[in-house]
Design a protein around this ligand. Structure first.
Ligand SMILES: Cc1cc2nc3c(=O)[nH]c(=O)nc-3n(C[C@H](O)[C@H](O)[C@H](O)COP(=O)(O)OP(=O)(O)OC[C@H]3O[C@@H](n4cnc5c(N)ncnc54)[C@H](O)[C@@H]3O)c2cc1C
Length: 314
């Protein structure tokens, strides 16, 4: 890859070579990116992505790296870490506020700030790692009660595959379970306007704390993981198989996989849809791949269901 076009534009120190992505991935695997760029402003983010598109340079975009598992032998092109972090109050009415929130904004920071201000809508996501970019791309959710990151979006600026900035309305994203249209189009969410309801901060705090404590009770916490690895099954599959839940954790558990360990990777004994990486961080890609395929094989054998990854596997 000819990086001169990037160093000419951003200076010689902005592109880092042979960067270990360990700190940028919550699975804490050691993966080497031959070229790494941290976009700290909107200008940098839009410019670097536009240059990649124009120069036909492949890229990987990372937000919080909490839904990404990199298993490829060799990363091609540029790895871009999105640190464009900006939140602005742009409109206020008696009952609601509208915020402009950037794609690199941390969801946990957003939750604590909006709860404190008494702006309701994101409080159930307390404990959700990652950035708003990853949250919009995945339409990340909390199920008690059902609340999606995309619920509050009004409009957004996105970058299309030709490097053009476009202003789109919420409907454009076709939000669904673990889905936004960005997964099909490959477009990038740059920033967006979100509407939040003015609510008593004590109520928001109670909801946020309830979510977090339920999370801590039911999921492994403070460990190296990328969260739920597979998507839950459909309601139709649940009824067809006469199962008490759509939770894939239940299926993996019943297939006898809890605690299964291959190398430094294991199935959590608390929530079987979580794959954990040992604290030593010395896991081998081959072992992770083997564990993933073993889980899929056993669930298929026991229930006839083909599991689909929720995590973006590169
Ligand atoms: C402990 C733990 C708990 C979790 N709990 C939940 C949960 O309760 N609910 C839930 O839904 N998920 C959960 N997750 C998964 C994950 O945190 C979410 O999906 C999160 O929103 C991903 O955000 P991210 O910034 O880390 O995404 P990344 O992993 O950085 O990226 C994920 C994908 O989004 C793409 N992407 C990132 N930014 C943009 C952008 N600006 N425009 C377009 N595409 C972009 C990336 O290229 C990649 O393909 C959990 C994960 C962990 C580790």
């Amino acid at each position: 890859m000819d990086i001169s076009v990037f160093t000419n534009k951003f200076g010689p120190n902005k592109i880092e070579k042979d960067k270990d992505l360990f700190p940028y991935l919550t699975l804490r695997t050691h993966v080497i990116a031959p070229y790494f760029f941290e976009a700290e402003t909107k200008g940098e983010l839009v410019s670097v992505l536009t240059m990649c598109l124009r120069e036909n340079v492949p890229y990987i975009l990372i937000g919080g790296g909490s839904n990404t598992a990199i298993i490829t032998k060799e990363i091609r092109g540029l790895t871009i870490k999105n640190s464009y972090s900006e939140l602005k109050l742009i409109h206020e009415e008696k009952t609601y506020v509208e915020l402009s929130i950037s794609s690199g904004y941390s969801v946990s920071l957003l939750v604590s700030e909006t709860v404190e201000k008494g702006w309701g809508g994101f409080e159930y996501h307390k404990g959700l790692p990652g950035t708003m970019g990853g949250g919009v791309y995945m339409n990340s959710k909390w199920t008690r009660p059902l609340s999606y990151i995309g619920d509050r979006l009004i409009s957004a600026q996105i970058l299309d595959k030709k490097g053009r900035l476009k202003l789109v309305e919420r409907d454009y994203f076709q939000f669904g379970y673990d889905f936004s249209t960005l997964q099909k189009t490959g477009e990038i969410f740059i920033d967006g306007i979100f509407r939040l309801e003015k609510t008593d901060p004590n109520i928001l705090k109670r909801r946020a704390d309830e979510s977090l404590s339920y999370r801590k009770k039911t999921q492994p916490f403070g460990v190296a993981t990328c969260g739920c690895f597979f998507q839950n099954i459909s309601k139709a599959d649940q009824l067809r198989l006469d199962l008490p839940t759509t939770s894939v954790g239940y299926l993996i558990d019943k297939a006898g996989m809890k605690n299964l360990k291959i190398g430094a990777f294991s199935v959590s004994n608390l929530h079987a849809n979580f794959i954990l990486h040992s604290a030593r961080g010395d896991g081998k890609t081959q072992d992770l791949l083997q564990l993933i395929s073993e889980i899929k094989r056993k669930v298929k054998e026991r229930f006839g269901v083909t599991l689909i990854e929720e995590v973006v596997v590169i």
